[in-house]
Design a protein around this ligand. Structure first.
Ligand SMILES: [Zn+2]
Length: 135
């Protein structure tokens, strides 16, 4: 599924598409603007990511964390990765979730919401992309 998004065969609201990975909106966000960052190569868990790919991949995750906060005017972010347990899609992905003080997110209970429509989802992807700084 995520390989399909990387290849452009599966539609997604993309934020950025680079050599080190692709970032796009989670279709069932914890909060709107929740981004998933995936490596282009099919890898299942963090353990599968070659050491030489770590700097590029996590630099992209870091840039998205800044862009989600700035682009969406969030108070901060929650950055997380499930490996095997609770990993809904078997392709390595890091969650970057916008956080606001008092948003109700506690511990590891992840309520999910939905975008009103494609236009709203696109606007979130565009706002994060616009705030993305260079490599
Ligand atoms: Zn894959």
């Amino acid at each position: 599924m995520f390989c399909g998004i990387v290849a452009g065969e599966v539609p997604a609201f993309r934020v950025v598409d680079e050599a080190d990975g692709v970032a796009f909106l989670d279709t069932r966000p914890v909060f709107k603007g929740h981004v998933l960052v995936v490596p282009r190569t099919h890898l299942v868990t963090l353990a599968d990511l070659p050491p030489e790919a770590l700097p590029g991949y996590f630099r992209l995750v870091q840039r998205l964390a800044v862009a989600v906060e700035i682009g969406l005017g969030a108070g901060g972010t929650f950055v997380a990765m499930n490996n095997k347990v609770s990993q809904s899609v078997p392709h390595l992905h890091t969650h970057v979730v916008p956080r606001t003080k008092g948003d109700g997110l506690r511990g590891f209970f992840w309520p999910r919401t939905r975008y009103a429509d494609d236009a709203e989802a696109r606007s979130y992807a565009e706002r994060v992309a616009a705030a993305l700084t260079g490599p």
